[in-house]
Design a protein around this ligand. Structure first.
Ligand SMILES: [Fe+2]
Ligand SMILES: [Fe+2]
Length: 260
């Protein structure tokens, strides 16, 4: 089966990239499933019912998130009611929402999507490693096809978690840095890996935000309004081919597609 994972969708330009490019990508690559990180889809910060709806309408099946989860109050509606929306699983017990979900389509085995958040250079969270081990064991009673979005800053933490899960999940792809890495590979146990998928939105920017305000912030240490930039919109992510019978990855490829 063929899966496309889309890196952090930033603001209106990012949503536009999804709407304009995903239908064509679905067809060209004969995709069975599209997963996208939507944590920056609302004006660059957080996600709303409306922006999630736009992303789903564009052809995305499941939306993941990360540290910007709580930036829009409306997210509670998604956490409470949307079965196709996941948040990092390693919050304490009792926090609204789900850390994993099962995608089911006709003629395909169930696919589990698991979202985790790193702890290095990010706010405190429960242990993503221990959380991953427990949840993957539970999910494997249902399916061997498991996709993990590990939302984390440090490449070492991402590689370590993916190496720990090698042979237990189909793919681990990182998000959060908004910078696509060139280390796509398949580990010996059959787990596909990419440290970071990059971001979907305006690349004439600093990670999707207007260049000048970010420079001002660094130069003056004063708060600035970080508007979403406009120029050179790219959809970035990774294509993963997975053996339906074993759950092992057969191929992983980075993509970076321009909106023309
Ligand atoms: Fe992000
Ligand atoms: Fe993030």
């Amino acid at each position: 089966m063929r899966l496309l994972f889309i890196g952090d969708i930033v603001g209106q330009p990012g949503r536009r990239a999804v709407t304009e490019l995903v239908p064509g990508l679905r067809e060209r690559h004969r995709l069975d499933l599209v997963v996208a990180n939507g944590e920056n889809s609302a004006g660059g910060s957080g996600i709303t019912v409306g922006t999630a709806g736009e992303i789903f309408s564009g052809g995305v099946d499941v939306i993941t998130s990360g540290d910007h989860l709580w930036d829009q109050k409306e997210v509670t509606q998604l956490l409470d009611q949307e079965p196709r929306f996941v948040r990092p699983m390693n919050y304490p017990p009792g926090v609204p929402g789900q850390g994993s979900t099962l995608f089911k389509a006709e003629g395909l085995p169930a696919v589990a999507i698991l979202n985790l958040q790193g702890r290095t250079f990010l706010p405190p969270m429960d242990d993503p490693f221990r959380t991953a081990l427990g949840e993957v064991e539970r999910l494997r009673r249902t399916t061997q096809i498991i996709f993990v979005d590990f939302h984390a800053e440090a490449t070492s933490e991402k590689i370590a978690l993916a190496r720990m899960l090698d042979g237990q999940v189909s793919a681990v792809v990182g998000t959060h840095t908004h910078v696509q890495t060139a280390d796509e590979q398949i580990f010996p146990g059959g787990t596909a890996f990419l440290s970071d998928a990059g971001f979907t939105g305006p690349h004439e920017s600093v990670l999707g935000r207007e260049i000048e305000s970010v420079i001002q912030r660094f130069c003056t240490n004063t708060p600035q309004k970080f508007g979403v930039a406009r120029g050179r919109i790219l959809l970035q992510g990774a294509l993963v081919n997975i053996d339906e019978k074993t759950g092992r990855a057969q191929a992983i490829a980075r993509i970076s597609e321009p909106v023309i």
